[in-house]
Design a protein around this ligand. Sequence first.
Ligand code: GDP
Ligand code: MN
Length: 378
Amino acid sequence: MDIHEYQAAEIFARYGIPTSNGTMATTPDEVAAAAGRIGGTVVLKSQVHIGGRGKAGGIKLAKSPDEARTLSEQIFGMDIRGHRVNRIYVVPAAKIASEYYLGVTLDRGARQITLIASAEGGVEIEEVARTNPGAILRVPVDPVRGLLPYQALGVAFALNVPGEAASGFAEIARKLVDVYLKEDASLAEINPMARLEDGSWLAADTKMVFDDNALFRHKGVEDLRDMAEENAAELDAKAAGISFVQLDGTIGCVVNGAGLAMATMDAVKQAGGDPANFLDVGGGAKANQVAKALGFILADDRVSAVLFNIFGGITRGDEVARGLIAGTANLPRRVPIIVRLSGTNAEEGREILKGTEIRAAETMQEAARLAVAAANGD
Ligand code: GDP
Ligand code: MN
């Protein structure tokens, strides 16, 4: 679950990380009032769940409350790569001398929580990874003990942080790891981690993503969710007990089981297609669940074929087939439907589907090939 910069700043501050003392505003009047209260030059920062706001014109300096008001009128409603600006974080302008990057995330390849650090701060880390991978430092983090003092200092020295600023840098790095571990985050990031002209440190941009599977351990966190930033279909699906993640391919996938759903997406890719979604209908494939799942998938008009991959264990193939027929009876629009039925009573299931518009396949690979061909209009 994503949260906004100003919300992450508040959480980081609780852990002793120095963040901007700003105010979130939702109207030009509130922006002007906040700018007046802060005094001097302020930075207006659009709050959207996407990076690169600076480059997109979503971050502006204002020298007076009047200028803040005028600029905020341009920023509110701005579209930053598909995200509309409804909130502006007003912070005192900082005199930045140099910018570093600090992030904590799970490196799945290395199977380790990893601190990522770079002296190339301020730009997106993905860009540094592309253009100058040698400038990125990775340090494994012990999930119980956190980042050890010698590791944190080692990072500061490896990045050539000036000697007198090294211990301050190291302390913030350790606290960032603390946030990540204690809050069950999947990402905790400071970019830029700014060294100010007076020698102090400031986490000038804070980003945090919570691990959805651990939200139950952090009751207040749900309240931080910004509904305007969420995918409406994904939320509706969640309420219906369906795990649904929208992607941008053309082949809709309806699968029972998360592991099988991942395998199905791989099979689609392997057959030369692109999945339009990840979807786990849960146990079985009851008519009403199938109908709901198809509703979410077909609402995306890029979808030109649907692949069902149903493994019958406790669920019987004949039941699944009847569920599919009933569930596909009143589609919002017609697209080719391919089903791979396997497991208990699969043959009976395929028999039931004969003579319907639903095409049955025996293997996952065959079903994926048929779906890709159908999506391509062959
Ligand atoms: P992002 O573009 O979405 O990552 O937003 P950031 O908050 O990181 O802002 C982008 C850039 O704006 C930073 O890397 C800084 O260079 C600059 N910036 C942000 N706040 C301040 C500030 O208070 N003072 C100065 N001088 N620059 C700032
Ligand atoms: Mn940033």
